[in-house]
Design a protein. Structure first.
Lengths: 343, 343
DNA sequence: CGCCATTGCGACAACGTTGTCATACGCATC
DNA sequence: GATGCGTATGACAACGTTGTCGCAATGGCG
């Protein structure tokens, strides 16, 4: 296949290369008739602009980076997270003619900051989408800001850092889930908190407290377990909670993995779910549908958030200016079989 | 930040830009002393070659594409699959200075072929890594071959198509798993086959048959369920199998999701695992560790396979020629709690 | 009718590299 | 001491675009 250049198109359409360029880039001041001629030539020759050339000349890379923490560093379940975001980003990138570069990275602030700087310098990214939990780490955000590269954070729990970001109503939806449990008659509702570094997960606990308050229930410190997002921590907390003299009738875990841990312990102890114990999680990872009983949880619209983030980033790239506000895409309660009427 | 070019480095090192280029690209015929001078200049100026420029001039994109089927088309559990491959690829790309472009796509042969052609033309990929099951679809492979773009397939079950590929010992390991079940005393071992289009999954069934033969057991057609890789199909097959007058004492499913389905049914029917029924899966998806009881399964070294695929692709890109042989990376049996002595 | 603004288009330089070729030098060979 | 060859280096073109500028044609307005 001989590579066809802008020159070939120009010759065939009997115009200058500049005019072809104008048509390709949808620039104004081209008459409708020439535009048609050029487009005809383009499609018969199957012309594709050489990205490298346009990148070189226009000093833009048409590259967007997705930076996220290394999923293997955490727990593999979070992989679904990344895939969903990727899908959302890709769909937007495709239509806007950007390419997506993915960049998983370690977890220590300092190292990541250096890594990102290297990435930007090397690949000359036009913009960055920053995945959670990185989007809530001051050092990372600062590092990117220092490079002057436009970026948008995806930060479900909202962000304390001033940055353009897309969030979801984590806190509110947790209040809703709590209210839902209360509406099933539960009065002793336990909560298992997540990893303290994970800001997004922290806001879930706040939502739980909001929910209790809304329903006129009081927070019982004995009914709060502190987990770290892992299944094991879910199991540990579940054991402690179920060993209480007055155990909870419902347990709401800050993520699905910990909820899965609770369910495992229940299985071990032959505690029927949801008849004897209701369990709710958060994230709607694939696991949630797969375990028995299927898990009531919260579904975050990650792909959609990513889409919005990408669209917004691209808008920033074109307009040149950033809006710092927080866009919120609502999450949804997913009611499955692990929750039911209080015993 | 003022962008520093090869010119700046040349000026500072008091050499020509061509010499800098030579140093950067590790070309021969540069004296050790100049090389040091240039390298010094490079690091004090923090020079990064402009990728677009070198791509333009050298007519290479330094881009590798990862093409895989859209995970949402199948089932989300497969997302772990993709992430693992990505990690393997990225680690190699990084050290070889290539960038990775990911490209999920639909599932119909014809559409994908067109999509891939577009991708190659648009992004001018230097090479492609083709993920399963695409690596076993003749139309896709042919389409890529037609473009003349070098590619390496990742195809766990081996490949009937002549193509450079990295595989794993799917079949052998399934024989091993079967032998393991037999060694626990199981004589009535059932198998649940996977989606018929999924070549990799088909070879698992062959391995099962090998295993039976090796242990002197006969294949009982009544003990073969035909699933389609989904949890639901696993449940369906499990019901049929467990309804038999002489139900199996062990069920080996061609993937973890279906095995999870079996476990769900067992839970429903209060059939204790592994005391009354042993269950084995394949894939070692995150779920396998999370469900109760944790699932005995097979772990495919996907990241490692991807690494090898990438390394091989890059070697092909440099040498210009392709080796058609199939590289095999062994899988491992993962024994967990869902299998035990036959009742 | 003359003037200026607008529209449509092309010539040409420039982006930052790498490839090609020429050149200068040192050194062994005859 | 001329010849040839290998090594180290540089001058310059070229890659395929887009940006800048200039120029011609058109049209509205005084």
């Amino acid at each position: 296949m001989p590579k066809v250049t802008i020159e070939d198109v120009a010759t065939r359409a009997r115009v200058s290369i500049k005019t072809v360029s104008r048509v390709v880039n949808n620039e104004p001041n081209v008459s409708e008739s020439t535009r048609r001629k050029v487009n005809a030539a383009i499609s018969t020759l199957n012309y594709r602009p050489n990205q490298s050339a346009r990148r070189l000349k226009s000093q833009r890379s048409f590259l967007i980076g997705l930076v996220y923490d290394d999923p293997s560093a955490y727990e593999i379940p979070s992989s679904g997270y990344v895939i969903n975001m990727q899908q959302g980003l890709l769909s937007v990138c495709k239509e806007a003619n950007y390419d997506l570069l993915i960049h998983p990275c370690g977890f220590s602030d300092r190292r990541i900051a250096a890594e990102i700087k290297g990435l930007i310098e090397h690949s000359r990214l036009d913009g960055i989408v920053l995945a959670p939990p990185l989007s809530n780490m001051r050092g990372i955000v600062k590092a990117i800001e220092n490079t002057g590269t436009p970026f948008v954070g995806i930060s479900p729990g909202g962000s304390t850092l001033r940055q353009p970001a897309v969030a979801t109503n984590d806190r509110e939806i947790c209040a809703e889930m709590t209210a839902h449990l209360a509406s099933l008659g539960h009065r002793r509702i336990a909560f298992i908190t997540g990893h303290p570094d994970h800001k997004a997960v922290a806001s879930r606990f706040l939502g739980f407290q909001d929910g209790l308050r809304d329903c006129g229930l009081k927070l019982d410190a004995a009914l709060v377990g502190s987990g770290d997002n892992s299944i094991e921590s879910g199991e540990r907390c579940a054991r402690t909670l179920l060993d209480l003299a007055r155990p909870p009738t419902a347990i709401f875990a800050a993520n699905d993995d910990m909820a899965a841990g609770v369910i495992r312990v229940a299985h071990e102890r032959r505690i029927r779910i949801p008849e004897r114990l209701s369990v709710a999680g958060f994230d709607d990872v694939p696991l949630a549908r797969q375990i028995y009983p299927s898990l009531t949880t919260v579904n975050q619209p990650l792909a959609k958030m990513a889409e919005h983030a990408a669209r917004r980033l691209i808008r920033m790239l074109h307009s040149g200016e950033a809006s710092l506000d927080l866009e919120v895409i609502p999450s949804a309660l997913v009611l499955r079989d692990s929750t039911g009427l209080a015993p």
